[in-house]
Write a protein of this length. Structure first.
Ligand code: FEO
Length: 172
């Protein structure tokens, strides 16, 4: 049984994951319009993953006897200065999500809700992986640079890293 505090916090997390999905969809869309198909695919996939994160929380709340709330979605930013800014914005958002998950774990422990704390461990691990992935991608973008054919190589590099990451996920 969820305490009201934990249920409310889980519903806020549902909203955060839903909004993350929209943000990454807007980033995918921006990349698509700049002919950055590798980056676009990366963000389309990430948008789907965030929706899955939202649904996983939604089912957990309902299965635990609470009431999941479907969130209103905020209009995401549609314009970015360049592709490095896109990835840095996404990374910054992931850091906020990680902090929010950590706060949720702390709340569950304070409320002596071991089941929720245990359930959230999956999100703790997921955030760790996502942050590491974004750091790798941003480092690679900085290394290649945005000048000349840089964008072409960045787009290929993102596609390669993204595919390697998906393959690693598949064998887990
Ligand atoms: Fe589900 Fe990466 O936040």
């Amino acid at each position: 049984m969820l305490s009201q505090k934990v249920e409310d916090a889980l519903n806020q997390q549902i909203a955060m994951e839903g909004n993350a999905s929209q943000k990454y969809l807007a980033m995918a869309n921006w990349c698509d319009t700049k002919a950055l198909s590798g980056c676009a695919q990366f963000f389309y996939k990430h948008a789907e993953e965030e929706r899955m994160h939202m649904l996983k929380l939604l089912h957990y709340v309902n299965d635990a006897g609470g009431n999941a709330i479907i969130p209103a979605v905020d209009q995401p930013s549609a314009n970015f200065d360049d592709v490095q800014v896109v990835f840095e914005t996404a990374y910054s958002h992931e850091q906020k999500v990680s902090q929010s998950i950590d706060d949720l774990v702390e709340l569950s422990e304070t409320e002596k809700d071991k089941q929720t704390a245990n359930f959230l461990q999956w999100y703790v691990d997921e955030q760790h992986e996502e942050e590491a992935l974004y750091r790798t991608l941003i480092d690679r973008i900085k290394l290649i640079g945005l000048q000349g054919r840089g964008l072409y190589f960045i787009d290929n590099e993102v596609a390669t890293i993204s595919a390697a990451n998906a393959a690693a996920e598949a064998v887990k």
